[in-house]
Design a binder for this molecule. Structure first.
Ligand SMILES: Cc1ncc(COP(=O)(O)O)c(C=O)c1O
Length: 420
């Protein structure tokens, strides 16, 4: 094995070019911190893109994974295991409690967010084809959406940059403007062959926009009148990120299909596509499947993650810490002319930065690079937004430290731009 203890970066590793050419080499983590191969410490305001919600170096999760690995690692979906059954039961029971209007009945386990979406699209098509006719195959999705990179999920993702090189994608997908109820009503009047409506109520990659109440009520009303399944993508917004189990019930959305992933198994790959009884009854054996999805190791860990996160004391702590983060970021945004109004909710927040960008200079990338030099890892969302999604367990002191580094980075860039 190569030894990397003489460098913090690797250039052009044998990965495909889609991931870029230079990588920070990370070695280990503890709490809210990551350490590179040279031992430099980074406060993590990104948590592996909203995955490591419980922080790093969790011995409790490692013990569960190790115990389960010794006992049984894989059985395929020809058989079931106790952790998978218990997790599915727990997910259904707890989601039912926050969305009592629907009857949730089954969980399909996959391995990633994009797979959760693929399952959702297939289930929605099956439902609509059975109930309305086999020509009901289209999907309504929205501007600034991100649902993943496999062909089905990419088809409902809005960004042309991601879509165009891989056209043709699945036909019949329309991207309507987000938060415009009238556009949705008009589109559904025009096109009666819709199999599903898919949305994020808080858009993680596409700019941290939140669904408005009038938009949600239009979706609810139109979907109910036309018997169209609503798919909610809570891959990024779900599981405590907004200080609640899910973000959608707080917006008044009552989805038929719920997609979860990122933090579900504490950093191990697992996704869940949760469906109601009305969807489940239309599905036939063989309609969908996954070799690894819902294996006993990932589901055993996920059961513990779920119990930790879906606990009222834990969620209320997240809301308190999120309010502190929001307060610090609001102050920061108010102190710089180049910063716009804070967006997002809970521990998924964004600061827009409006500095001129061209082919040679990208201010968000420059801010992220300066932050990294000063020991802070942060994310980007959309074109010009700094996205902050720390571990949900981050302390208020760490929040203040991280925002201070962010402040330093924006000041540094601001001064550099002014003097150039
Ligand atoms: C809202 C949302 N949906 C789906 C995905 C795709 O998840 P994955 O990268 O695990 O396939 C992402 C990933 O960032 C996401 O943020």
């Amino acid at each position: 094995m190569a030894h990397f203890n003489t460098t913090s970066f690797i250039h052009e590793p044998p990965f495909p070019r889609n991931y870029g050419s230079e990588f920070l080499l990370l070695d280990r983590g503890k709490g809210s911190y990551l350490y590179d191969t040279m031992g430099k410490r980074y406060l993590d305001f990104g948590s592996g893109i909203a995955v490591n919600s419980l922080g790093y170096g969790r011995k409790d999760l490692a013990r569960i994974a190790a115990r389960q690995m010794k006992r049984l690692i894989h059985v395929s979906n020809l058989y079931a295991t106790e952790p998978a059954v218990s997790l599915a039961q727990r997910i259904i029971q707890d989601i039912q409690a926050v969305i009592p209007e629907k009857q949730y009945q089954a969980v399909h386990f996959g391995n990633s967010g994009t797979e959760a979406i693929e399952g959702a699209l297939k289930y929605a098509r099956r439902y609509s084809a059975n109930r309305q006719g086999s020509d009901h195959t289209g999907f309504i999705a929205f501007s600034n959406s991100f649902h993943g990179r496999t062909m089905g999920a990419l088809s409902v993702t809005s960004s042309e940059k991601y879509r165009a090189p891989f056209a043709p994608l699945i036909p019949g997908v329309r991207h309507l403007p987000y938060n415009e109820p009238e556009a949705l009503r008009a589109a559904l009047q025009e096109d009666g062959k819709v199999a599903g409506i898919i949305l994020e109520v808080l858009q993680g990659e596409g700019g941290l926009n939140m669904a408005s109440p009038s938009f949600i009520s239009a979706i609810q009303q139109e979907a109910a009148e036309r018997d169209i399944p609503i798919i909610v993508d809570e891959v990024q917004s779900g599981l405590g990120r907004t200080g609640r189990l899910l973000a959608s019930p707080a917006c008044g959305l009552k989805p038929d299909i719920i997609c979860l992933s990122k933090p579900l198994a504490g950093g191990l790959p697992l996704s869940a596509t949760v469906i109601t009884d009305r969807i489940n009854v239309e599905i036939q054996p063989g309609d969908h499947g996954s070799t690894f999805g819902g294996g006993p190791v990932t589901t055993a860990v996920a059961l513990e993650v779920w119990s930790i996160i879906n606990n009222q004391a834990f969620l209320s702590g997240v809301r308190t810490r999120a309010a502190a983060l929001e307060g610090e970021l609001r102050k920061l945004a108010a102190d710089f002319d180049c910063c716009g109004t804070l967006r997002g909710e809970g521990m998924l927040l964004g600061v827009p930065v409006n500095l001129p960008q061209d082919e040679r200079s990208n201010p968000i990338k420059e801010i992220l690079d300066i932050c990294r030099e000063h020991g802070l890892l942060v994310l980007r969302s959309g074109e010009n937004i700094i996205r902050i999604a720390p571990p949900l367990t981050i302390s208020e002191k760490e929040i203040r430290q991280g925002v201070q580094i962010l402040r330093q980075a924006i000041t540094q860039l601001h001064n550099a731009k002014r003097s150039s």
